[in-house]
Ligand binder design. Structure first.
Ligand code: A2H
Length: 252
């Protein structure tokens, strides 16, 4: 955690009913996996959601009707930011592990895929954001490589019980960047010769690169704002998601 507070968009990805047994106590509530992102404009290209298999999560009451699944740390921060049914205090209905969440079907805002599935990512930090991350393989090198690993390694899929039908059939191109094209993450991973999600230093370099390029030089090629610069429409998309109740702002 840095010195400056970081503001994230928390995207509400609704768990599709019927709930699995573990979520039984949440029957009758609206339950969301809440993902922290710095790039809400990439939701168009979301193919999955990521959780840390060994990570500890909980289902927290945010309001009378809504429950967010995230880390305890994030729930505490949210409670201080007035997002808790009990003022200033997290209220946990069910304790969960990341493994419990793998395979959950979700509906996420803006995405072109109707129902997406939760998958395991091993590089998720539990001391950042909510411990839940959107998977956008077109524009995030981390997401691209983590999917690549799951696709290339049947043993990895088996270890976490990942079914083939939860994996995306394709990358969804959403942003064009001059000299990078519209599958920027794939190009950056090729250019930097990144072989797996474990290459932390190279991925950090790639992540910085696409974050900067995407923001300063990217143009949307999908959705309501196709043809317009990322820089220009990012705040509009963010504001719309918050206005519609599909996301909230969160700082840490
Ligand atoms: B970003 P920063 Cl398309 N552990 O969202 C690991 N990574 C996490 C995380 C956690 N606990 N919480 C959030 N993140 C990811 C989209 C995206 C992101 C794209 C491109 C770049 C990018 C789709 N995943 O991040 O360390 C989330 O991934 C580049 C900066 O706070 C979040 O935004 O700077 C980003 O890392 C937050 O990174």
């Amino acid at each position: 955690e840095g010195v400056q507070p970081q503001e994230y968009t928390l995207v509400k990805m609704e768990v599709v009913k019927p709930f699995p047994l573990k979520l039984g106590p949440l029957e009758g509530k609206r339950v969301f996996l809440a993902a922290a992102t710095l790039r809400p404009e990439t939701l168009y290209g979301q193919t999955n959601a990521w959780v840390l298999p060994d990570g500890k999560y909980g289902a927290y009451e945010i309001s009378e009707t809504d429950v967010f699944i995230l880390t305890e740390r994030a729930a505490r921060n949210l409670a201080y930011q007035n997002f808790s049914k009990i003022p200033q205090k997290p209220s946990c209905l069910v304790e969960l592990t990341g493994q419990d969440l793998i395979g959950l079907p979700l509906r996420s805002p803006l995405g072109v895929i109707d129902i997406i599935y939760t998958l395991p990512m091993l590089s998720i930090l539990t001391n950042k954001g909510t411990g839940i991350v959107t998977c956008v393989p077109s524009d995030s090198p981390d997401d691209y490589m983590a999917l690549h690993d799951l696709k290339a390694k049947p043993a990895l899929r088996e270890k976490f019980g990942v079914k083939d039908e939860w994996m995306p059939s394709d990358i969804i191109p959403i942003i064009n960047i001059p000299e990078y094209g519209d599958r920027t993450a794939e190009k950056v991973c090729l250019d930097l010769k990144i072989k797996s999600q474990n290459e932390k230093d190279k991925l950090a370099e790639g992540k910085k690169l696409v974050y900067l390029k995407g923001f300063t030089e990217g143009t949307m090629i999908i959705g309501e704002f196709a043809g317009r610069k990322v820089q220009e429409v990012k705040p509009i998309i963010k504001a719309q998601l918050i206005e519609s109740g599909e996301a909230i702002l969160y700082s840490e």
